[in-house]
Design a protein around this ligand. Structure first.
Ligand SMILES: [Zn+2]
Ligand SMILES: [Zn+2]
Length: 452
């Protein structure tokens, strides 16, 4: 155990100490991840080291091109690379939609050997889906520490205004030049912090999944995430001031969260019910023609909403549960389907139910889970007890000037209340929200969130 992060002379991140007996198969990341100052000029060396060829399409938008794209283009051209530029220009925010993806696709030539994404979430995802479709490797040059998706293998995209997720690939090379990241607006920094703070909930839910649902919890991944968030929480003033140190801590936390995905091959350590809530807001806002707020900012606010449910559950006396009453109050399969249609609207509801076929529990399984929770309440309390105090999270966000309320996210009471009630239904992944429902406590915990 004790995963350690070091950098070699080239600023390449090296992870060691990934030995763990959790039983899962662990993979060391094969990507080259560079974090440091003045790295843009070194991109040609990094590309050469991986042997990605000499012909690339460099993708940026009108903001990231002057910020970093131009310097990367100049360095590559100087080193003899042939660069085709694809600068995506929009009036307002650039979306990773069919038009953006098409611009990249049509810029790719038969001789192209790799792609370069200069940007944060939207640019990276637009390039990611093109990389997987064309089989070309890609290089990600990050421009903002705003989300943990640099190392992701899934691309959230927009198709005809609807959010979709497509399988993508991880960049072969990730370059995070802290000189560039430091220039990101504070709102993007806040978004990155929000995405990282959500990991507390994700980790707690994963541990609950191990206690109640027999999931395998990986100590090394849990430890990597915990170290990263704790370091972040201890350095909020540095992050707020966007010092080199502060920005490095933030981008490391975001990258390391992604690294756990590579290690165990799933996103358990980085996303749980707080992400379900954030995704739900985004999905519904898009459905109603609104432009949703930044992902990480929503995750941060959702994290604050989830927190009190955890601390309250730690006080619960599960021996007092009335099992026959819980059984009598269960939803039938038809009632649950009707609820899903109401909460998610037909198209999304159908796909969620299709993707999570085991989410309607037979009573025998529900009873088994309740009894397991009763028998392991001390373990559950221990997991919840590992969370820092709610006030520490809130004051960190306040100190940064990050949004802390759903209203700041453009989420009204109706959407908020629905999102809290259906967060447990978004996917099979085990969460405290599921446990609350299984213990027949849903109405007690959701009293503050009536259906409007
Ligand atoms: Zn996230
Ligand atoms: Zn492990």
């Amino acid at each position: 155990m004790a995963a350690t992060i070091t950098y070699d002379a080239e600023n390449r991140l090296t992870l060691s100490g990934i030995t763990c007996d959790c039983g899962l198969t662990h993979h060391l990341p094969t990507q080259d991840i560079y974090v440091g100052q003045g790295l843009l000029a070194r991109v040609p060396d990094y590309v050469q080291r991986r042997g990605l060829g000499m012909h690339c399409v460099l993708v940026a938008d009108q903001n990231t091109y002057p910020l970093a794209g131009m310097a990367v283009e100049a360095a590559l051209t100087e080193a003899g690379y042939h660069v085709i530029l694809c600068v995506i220009r929009r009036d307002g925010v650039m979306d990773p939609d069919e038009r953006a993806c098409g611009e990249v696709l049509l810029s790719i030539q038969p001789e192209t050997t790799f792609l370069v994404a200069v940007g944060s979430g939207s640019i990276t995802d637009t390039v990611r889906v093109n990389a997987v479709r064309t089989g070309l490797p890609f290089v990600s040059v990050g421009t903002a520490p705003s989300m943990d998706g640099y190392t992701s293998v899934v691309a959230p995209l927009l198709l005809r205004g609807v959010k979709i997720h497509r399988a993508g690939v991880c960049p072969e090379i990730i370059v995070c030049d802290t000189d560039i990241l430091r220039t990101a607006p504070l709102s993007m920094v806040c978004s990155g912090v929000g995405d990282v703070l959500g990991k507390y909930i994700a980790k707690a839910d994963w541990m609950l999944g191990a206690i109640i649902a027999g999931e395998t919890y990986c100590d090394v991944c849990g430890e990597i995430v915990t170290d990263a968030v704790e370091k972040l929480l201890q350095n909020i003033p540095e992050i707020r001031a966007r010092t080199e140190k502060g920005i490095r801590i933030l981008i490391e936390a975001l990258l390391l969260a992604g690294v756990t995905i590579m290690i165990v091959g799933h996103t358990r350590a980085v996303a749980s019910v707080e992400h379900n809530i954030a995704h739900y807001w985004e999905m519904m806002q898009l459905l109603h023609g609104k432009h949703p707020p930044a992902h990480g900012a929503s995750v941060g606010v959702a994290t604050l909403l989830c927190w009190p449910l955890f601390t309250r559950f730690a006080q619960e006396d599960l021996t007092a549960l009335d099992l026959p009453a819980i059984r009598a109050g269960r939803m039938s399969r038809a009632q649950r389907e009707a609820w899903m249609l109401q909460a998610f609207e037909p198209e999304a509801a159908a796909s969620i139910m299709r993707d999570n076929p085991d989410d309607f529990l037979p009573w025998e399984e529900q009873e088994r889970r309740i009894r397991t929770a009763q028998a392991h309440m001390a373990d559950i309390r221990r997991v919840i007890g590992m969370l820092p105090p709610y006030e520490a999270i809130l004051s960190a966000m306040q100190e940064l000037g990050a949004p802390t309320t759903p209203a700041e996210m453009g989420v009204d009471e109706k959407l908020l209340n629905l999102s809290m009630r259906c967060a447990k239904d978004y996917r099979t992944r085990y969460t405290l929200f599921k446990l609350i429902d299984e213990c027949g406590l849903q109405e007690a915990y959701m009293a503050a969130y009536p259906l409007l």
